[in-house]
Design a protein around this ligand. Structure first.
Ligand SMILES: [Zn+2]
Length: 714
């Protein structure tokens, strides 16, 4: 019989009675990578670098870059059984089946000065022989960095440990590695220490590897997920096409440490290094697993794969972990594991993880454990939160648009050519508003309300429409709204939209229909989301809308015969009518102020007239928010907002159109109840009420919180 690879062909006769044949021994190790261990660089002597105690606060509130940081991570790895634990006190016990010790040694001047200026090296060297007073003075004068006489030794040990960790990975002594070192490095600039960092460990190691392994390592990816931007690392390779630096960090519009604009998404490298720098700058704290995984899947991994590194070095701060007082984010050990898992797929698995920041001792221990388990080969823990917040989606979109100039994978779905000049191009917003105007004219005979003020007329051209003769209507409904929602499915490759698959959703037309059927007058104010007129750039839309609402009130509404006004705001435009209600005496005639806030801003009334306006607004308003409005998040305490925001209600709807349609009956009932009530009272009250109106028509007639209408004190 014929045996192939030790497996009998299906057509073979019964093997009963034939001798057993063993498969041939493998010629080479079938899985050389798996059989290697994960390296661990740890040296208890790195704890010697510590802040000199100068006052009692140093005991009660220790410096965040605490010497215990490295020990706590080592202890967590030992307690999890990843390293041999004989008291968990020092490096001599590292070993065992899973991890291999990489000894730390002092980096040399030759190595460090591949990145840092000699005067920088000389300065750190001098700290070893400074007096206590000199050390304290240098600490006070420095950029968030402290020194003692051991700082020099520890900085060299930390840097040398990282160099040898990377070398062990490149040589294949270990399959990958983690360096649990301090002081950290990524804020250290080529010319000065900063942000708890003395030598830029990762930058120095990258330079050494490129120099000593020119054949094996031509390109290095440095991925930095410390919550702070690695300004020093970015600077070191800003002109270098062979080192791709990708950083995810809090930016907060340049206000988060290290501050300034160097960490913004538009900093892409320069000269030959242009396109080799990717910043993913979060606009705020509170970022979590879903946000980081989204950024990894959308931007980090596609760019990293297109770059094709020979080695990946991870600047791994754990200050985005929950409980870190500096980072204020929520990246779980599970998410750190998943991101590590993705990075392992690059560069044949050659990944060196290097500790940077992270200041909550419990959080850094559990986070580092999550990373190390995945390095060794464990599967990442399943994620429970994979939902990216709008802030993350918007940031990642800006990054991928910017990087589309340099990476094919980022071009997909983005329009990368420049728009032709006007009149060959027009905003859809303007086209839609013209269409709306024509519809409102066709169905309700609505026409333009003239606006005679320079600034307003330019910005709000065609934006205010009214029904004919609204000035003599008894009831007028004033609708102040954002442009309608447009929903589309862009072409996934070109990013173009097909008009056939694009829908304009304008549910507020139902409210105009209602007013029309009731015989009410209607004034419709459209607030453009972005000014289309270039001259108006810089003039805040909200301020312009507030001006416009006051203008329409002073010049039309207040002078009209109407006894009842109902205000309906939609979206951010609610800011216009809420502003008006606080700035003019409207209580006698405004029966209801309805704000469809959705997930957008809920505006407080500003009590310019008198303090009673807040109570009045609370009683006569209905502010409808979507179920996902940030004000209902647990982190905000889940409490009801204060009265100045009006009668705020949480609804079960998510989108503005669902809200407008879903709450239609409730809103109409709320508005009509007040209109009817005031009408019947008007008949009862007869002349009295008229007198009040005549008195109240001038602002001076209403002082000291005298509220003239029964509607206001119901
Ligand atoms: Zn940090």
């Amino acid at each position: 019989m014929v045996i192939t690879n030790g497996i009998a062909p299906t057509s073979a006769p019964s093997t009963v009675g034939t001798p057993t044949i063993s498969p041939p021994p493998p010629i080479t190790d079938p899985l050389p990578y798996v059989s290697l261990k994960t390296g661990l660089c740890y040296d208890v002597r790195m704890r010697y670098h510590a802040k000199i105690v100068t006052n009692a606060y140093d005991y009660t509130d220790p410096h965040p870059e605490d010497p215990r940081r490295v020990y706590r991570i080592y202890k967590a790895l030992a307690e999890a059984g990843l390293v041999d634990m004989k008291g968990a006190s020092g490096a001599e016990h590292i070993g065992g089946k899973l991890m291999q010790h990489i000894p730390a040694r002092e980096a040399t001047k030759e190595e460090v000065t591949l990145v840092h200026e000699i005067k920088h090296w000389d300065f750190i060297e001098r700290t070893a022989s400074m007096t206590q007073d000199e050390l304290v003075e240098e600490t006070d004068n420095g950029d968030s960095v402290y020194f003692n006489n051991e700082s020099w030794f520890c900085a060299k040990l930390s840097c040398g440990g990282v160099i040898d960790t990377c070398k062990a990975v490149v040589r294949g002594d270990v399959k990958n590695a983690i360096a649990v070192v301090r002081p950290p490095g990524h804020h250290a600039e080529p010319y000065k220490p900063a942000g708890f960092c003395m030598f830029n460990n990762v930058a120095v190691a990258s330079r050494v590897i490129l120099k000593e392994f020119p054949e094996q390592v031509k390109k290095i990816l440095i991925l930095d997920w410390d919550i702070h931007h690695g300004n020093g690392t970015q600077r070191a390779f800003y002109n270098d096409p062979n080192v791709l630096y990708i950083s995810l960090h809090r930016y907060d519009n340049g206000k988060f440490y290290p501050g300034g604009t160097f960490g913004n998404y538009d900093k892409v490298g320069e000269g030959p290094g242009e396109g080799r720098n990717v910043n993913i700058p979060w606009p705020c704290g509170g970022m979590g697993d879903g946000d980081y995984i989204y950024a990894f899947q959308r931007t980090v991994m596609p760019i990293a794969e297109e770059f094709g590194p020979d080695l990946v070095i991870l600047s791994s701060g754990f200050d985005a972990a929950p409980g870190d007082e500096l980072g204020e984010c929520f990246v779980s050990p599970a998410a750190y594991g998943h991101m590590t898992h993705m990075l392992k797929s690059l560069a044949h698995g050659k990944l060196a993880v290097v500790l940077e920041g992270g200041y909550n001792l419990d959080s850094i221990a559990t986070s580092a454990l999550g990373v190390t388990k995945v390095l060794i080969g464990d599967a990442p823990i399943p994620l429970t939160n994979v939902y990216a917040r709008p802030e993350a989606v918007q940031t990642v979109d800006k990054v991928s648009r910017t990087q589309a100039r340099f990476w094919k994978c980022m071009k997909i779905g983005h329009m990368i050519h420049d728009l032709p000049e006007a009149p060959a191009v027009e905003r859809l917003q303007d086209i839609i508003r013209r269409y709306q105007a024509s519809q409102l004219f066709a169905h309700f005979s609505m026409t333009k309300l003239p606006i005679f003020r320079d600034r307003i007329s330019r910005s709000f051209e065609d934006q205010v429409l009214c029904t004919p003769g609204f000035q003599s209507a008894k009831t007028v409904v004033v609708i102040v709204h954002d442009p309608p929602d447009v929903w589309t499915e862009p072409d996934p490759v070109t990013g173009q939209i097909s008009l056939h698959d694009t829908f304009v959703m304008d549910a507020e037309i139902k409210y105009i229909q209602w007013a029309h059927q009731k015989g009410y007058g209607v004034v419709d104010i459209n607030a453009p989301a972005v000014f289309t007129d270039q001259e108006d750039e810089g003039y805040n839309v909200q301020a312009a809308l507030q001006d416009l609402c006051l203008y329409v009130w002073d010049n039309y509404l207040d002078l009209s015969d109407a006894r009842n006004f109902v205000f309906v705001g939609v979206g951010e435009a609610c800011g216009g009518h809420v502003y008006l209600l606080g700035h003019r005496e409207v209580r006698e005639r405004v029966r209801a102020a309805i704000a469809f806030a959705g997930a957008k801003t809920v505006f407080p009334i500003v009590p310019i007239m008198d303090e009673f306006i807040t109570d009045w607004y609370y009683k006569n308003s209905l502010v409808l928010t979507s179920s996902n409005h940030p004000m209902w998040e647990q982190s905000n305490g889940g409490k009801n907002p204060r009265k100045k925001y009006g009668n705020v209600q949480k609804t079960e709807y998510e989108t503005m159109n669902e809200l407008l349609i879903g709450k239609y009956s409730d809103v109409i009932a709320f508005a009509e109840e007040d209109i009817e009530e005031s009408s019947s009272e008007e008949e009862d009250a007869g002349p009295d009420r008229k007198r009040l109106k005549n008195d109240g028509s001038s602002d001076e007639g209403l002082v000291d919180g005298v509220i003239p209408t029964s509607a206001a004190i119901m």
